[in-house]
Ligand binder design. Sequence first.
Ligand code: GAP
Length: 516
Amino acid sequence: MAQEDVFKKLVAHCKEYGFVFQSSEIYDGLGAVYDYGQNGVELKNNIKKYWWDSMVLLHENVVGLDSAIFMHPTTWKASGHVDAFNDPLIDNKDSKKRYRADVLIEDLIQKFEEKINKEVTKARKRFGDSFDEAKFCETNPRVLANQEKINTVQERFAKALNANDLEDLRQIIIDYEVACPISGTKNWTDVRQFNLMFATEIGSTADGAQKIYLRPETAQGIFVNFLNVQKTGRMKLPFGIAQIGKAFRNEIVARQFIFRMREFEQMEMQFFVRPGEEMKWFEYWKEMRMKWHKAMGMGEEKYRYHDHEKLAHYANAATDIEYKMPFGFKEVEGIHSRTDFDLTQHQEHSGKKIQYFDPELNKNYVPYVIETSIGVDRMFLSIMAGAYTEEDVEGKDGKKEKRVVLKLPAVLAPIKLAVLPLVKKDGLPEKARAIVDELKFNFNCQYDEKDSIGKRYRRQDAIGTPFCVTIDHDSLEDDSVTIRYRDTMEQERVKIADLQGIIAQKVSMKELFKQM
Ligand code: GAP
């Protein structure tokens, strides 16, 4: 199946099974804003817990924070967001559509990559088992020509971004004849910068309302609380502050479902270190965060690092952890060495000293910072994309049928177990209810007695429930049930008394944490 089709199916699946809905859908929706349904909110909460516990429980020198979305407006002047948190925009004069110039160029690079992939797929078909992909890519003239184009555009693109050269960004679009997908023409305006922050007002107009912003990142709430946490928690460097919360950006190119939203959620951790030790900690967190992703078992080959060529205004090193989405490798998390930029800026703009006294060095200094920043929604999308599977299985009468199953990591699954009486009579529902009443304190359970057992299994497969427990007539006699495993569809007879232990072991985060 083509990857575009997989993505379309995934979006439809998210809606059909109560994971993600378009915001205000009855009013035809609001662009790039989404709501999480009954299963989505459970998955999202589990992702957040997996992140929070890995930070705050596993690291005795990382503590939590929950700061407000509204902050003093000077915060954003100090952080550089008022002046520099911009996207370069370009309009097509015929369609009047507005685009991000950098996204048009990234799409152009992707087109060259797709051409290479097509050549490779064709050759693989032709040569079969003896196909040597590396050698083919080193020698095939069409692959080499496209690779050369990628390298040239990438180099020019990075240079233009670093120098904030808007004219050359436009010139790349002109030189490579990028056309507007709507009008099909190459009739472009100049490139202009556009600030991404949403503004609103605090206080009534009579009192003299003040312009404030909805935070575009949660990180600044951590920086302005550095001394509060350090002093009240008697924290010694190195230490980190972790926070999960909403962020808002007026994204112009809003597409790819929950990948790029206007209201989204971040999980950020700022790790404060001695100046000069930042590269050591940058490497530490880079590795640690990759282990966190891989521990979920979605496939090692689905992740890669992407080191930044253009560094943000506050960083001296940065890398992304990318995940192979149905639309290519995309950033899910950023790890940045932010130097002492933010704390120094807040010190200057507030006029308050923000320094740490290092007892070992016997001196005061502004700490350096390593940041790990991951979007909950992007993480959600990557997990859903990795989990969505269509399988041919043998159905009733030996006929082949399609099974749609979400192979979610058991610890993240919205519902951990479904409890299913084989029939709706003979005391089986009561026995099943008693099991739910016992296990509901430990796990998110779902009771279901409607339709055939096969249909009920399929419903649970579609929402990623890892365990289905079936109660039959024998259960009344021997206090045993059949547990059916989602991925293998294998069944096992177990004692009701052992259920809690079996499931607890399989949905424990401890096993994942041990790999980190
Ligand atoms: N504090 C640093 C920071 O905000 P970023 O790279 O702009 O860095 C960090 O954002 C992460 O937040 C991204 O890796 C992504 O997962 C998520 N993110 C950023 N913009 C987003 C958007 N418009 N929609 C969804 N997630 C977004």
